[in-house]
Every structure is written in structure tokens, then in C-alpha cells.
Design a protein around this ligand. Sequence first.
Ligand code: ITT
Length: 184
Amino acid sequence: MEIIFITSNKGKVKEAQKYFAPMGVKITQQEIEYPEIQAKELEEVVEFAIKWLKDKLNKPFFIDDSGLFIEALNGFPGVYSAYVFKTLGNEGILKLMEGVENRKAYFKSVIGYYDGEIHIFKGIVNGRIGYEKRGARGFGFDPIFIPEGFNKTFAEMTTEEKNKISHRGKALMSFSKWLKENLI
Ligand code: ITT
């Protein structure tokens, strides 16, 4: 079985491919720019995007919208994570967090799959923001995010290790369970 993943982010594709490969599901990346509305919740962003995309494709597809929510910054960058990563980057976040003791943060991922209907799958991982960038794997905010129960950042983990505990790994797990029950 083949499923199309609409995203511009190769890191997300690698994680989804690693996750689905053992199940014999092939993930193919397709880049179509879609509108990401300014909303409070990732779920709203995903639903709007799917409604916009659904008539442009004639095969089932999914998208993933994710965000990093930092407690001391009242949930910032949250739904603005992509823009903030492009403008401020990891250095900018570390600067904003200078002198801040509460380092708590979480990543959230919302996957929307469309097969004539919209199906939503979610995952969250709690953790903390480090004091410097560590590691060269992964992408985005991985070098500054240390998941709960670990002393290393996501960027110091292999894709398999990250998938076991990450927001996206958890969303992919519910997605794959649903696929097994309904399709494969
Ligand atoms: P799309 O084309 O799929 O939208 P994107 O990179 O713009 O790709 P998002 O809109 O979901 O993705 O933006 C989320 C931002 O948070 C983006 O800058 C990512 O690099 C970052 N991000 C998302 N998941 C991450 C993860 O697992 N680890 C580190 N950073 C992550």
C-alpha cells in the first residue's frame, strides 16, 4: 500500500517512512503548498488545509502539523512554530529562554488523513528546553528539546529512538493502528 504525505519537510517524511516500512506501507512525499491559517489549535489548521487540498488530489493523502509549546512563554511558538523556526531559529528560542528557570515544553503533532473523510490522529511528548544546542540528527527544534526521562536531545537520537517516544511517533502509531483495523 502507498500513501501520499503532503509536506515540504524531509525530516517528517523520513520519520514516517521509518515508521511504516515494517508494515509494508510506502510513504511518498508530495510537495504542494497549502494555506496554514492563523488559528489557536493545530487541529483547526489541519482541518482547513485538508478541505483546501482534497479536491486537488485523487488519492488518499495525509498532512502533519506540529508545534513546540513552551510553558514559560505561554505556549509560544505553538501554532507559529514553522514561522518562528524560520525567523528566530533555535538560537532565538535559547535567547528568549535566557535566565528562565522553568524549561518545561511539549511537542504536539496532529496528523490529518483524507480518504473521502477526514481522520485525525494526535501525539504529544513532554520535555524541556536545553541550555544549548546538542546533536546533529533530526530537524527543526530537535537540538534544543530534551524529552522527559532522558538526558539527551531529540537531535542526539536515531530516527527509531525518536519515533518510539515522540509526538509524531505517537500520532503515527494511532494512524497505523487505524489503518490496520480499516484497510491493510
Ligand atoms: P510542512 O510542509 O509539513 O508544513 P513544516 O516544516 O512547515 O512542514 P509545520 O508547519 O508542522 O512543518 O511546522 C512546525 C515547525 O516545528 C517546523 O519549523 C518544524 O521544523 C518544527 N518541528 C515539527 N516537528 C518537529 C520535530 O519532530 N522536531 C523538531 N522540530 C519540529
